[in-house]
Design a binder for this molecule. Sequence first.
Ligand code: BG6
Length: 491
Amino acid sequence: MTTQTTHASPDLPLDMIIFGGGGDLSARKLLPALYMAHQHCNLPANTRILAIGRKNWTRDEYLGFMEEHSKPFVEHKALDPVSWDKFLSLFEYVRIDVDSAADYACLAEVSRPGVRRVFYLATAPALFTTICDNLAAVGLVDEHSRVVLEKPLGHDLASAQAINNSVGQHFAETQIYRIDHYLGKETVQNLMVLRFGNAIFGPLWQAPYIKSVQITVAENVGVGSRAGFYDETGALRDMVQNHLLQLLCIVAMEPPVSLDPDAVRDEKLKVLRSLRRMTDEDIARDTVRGQYTAGAVGGEPVKGYLQEDNVPADSRAETFVALRAHINNWRWANVPFYLRTGKRMQKKVSEIVIEFADLPFAIIPAGPRNYGNRLVIQLQPAESIQLQMLAKEPGSGLKMLPVNLNLDLEQAFTERRAEAYERLLIDVVRGRLTHFMRRDELEAAWAWVEPIIEGWKRSGDKPRNYTAGTFGPAASSALMARENNAWSEES
Ligand code: BG6
């Protein structure tokens, strides 16, 4: 989806400066995404990429790291040796200890004058302030600079505000790109088109025509090598505060007046601010925390969370969350939004299910599975939109059974789909802010999530166990069943 740029941006050469250049995120996501952008001529002519790391590497050693750790993540059929070599020629490696102010002088020497500098901070958020202060101190921040901040941005409202304050001392809000890679996914952007490009859903997209909304982001992977980070973070901060709430915003927002960044972000902000704050009583009733125990995923036995490397034996980190949220506004009054995410679940699936209201009066008996109309928007692994309808079962008599109107987006559009990071990096280079979070949005998301974190702490309860390879603890199904609803795989 193309959106307007925030401000006229002269076509300057680019210095892309990646802090955390030797890290996992850079290796697996950013560098392959930059390669694809380069291969499709989406980087300005005369681009350079400066990878910043703590290790005492030479340039050749860094290129060796890329060969070993990034190249395998480039889609096989996209790899072209000539183009890869050209891509490598864009790189410099600069060793910097981010805490050492003196080290930034080398960066100032290497970075060219009169270019657009994009600083990508793929580091722990605790370092964002120091890095920005030091960049400004050596004169590297000017009106053409942009900074990209990786999630998680803080671990609560106060820490997010502190980061925003300090970054804001050096960069204007229009120069700050807070990344949530879900906003770069093709299907997430398509959701806006589905809602605002098709008149058919407009009149129905509200209470009382919608009975409930469910948003699931299930992963089958465990915490892998990220236990150190994950155990401090948990699923609520890692997934709900950002990815799931952003999906909820796109489902629930009012039509923006245009696709200008602020028009879209104003509407998302209103949704976040309308989320009903949870009391301790709500938290006990409407949230479920889980932690996986040993089980099997895809037929392979897997460890429980507490047996993963670097996880404390008494960890209470949640690897699963299900909750019921409410949006206090006219459009959504009394429509429950069920959110669910977890690791080591039965399969990887991200989907949004809009369940339309029951018939006011049933004159035709439904079949064995008594459900009505649903719109299922699957984001991954497949990109599809299904409208589940009830139709007459063949044969004598009148009996209804569900059938699908099925739109397979991958068949409908066979063009290459850019990965989320590639698309978002191109947006940064071109100055398009629509798919990045504004400061007030991020803080409103923390303001809603924080009482849940606090409430869980106060309750002293442990997360409920669920066996790896399932869809979470039984309490998650019970949360739905209470209101005569069911998660999509259970109905
Ligand atoms: C990241 C989380 O933001 O999103 C990870 O930190 C999670 O824990 C990942 O695995 C999921 O992203 P995707 O694109 O694979 O759904």
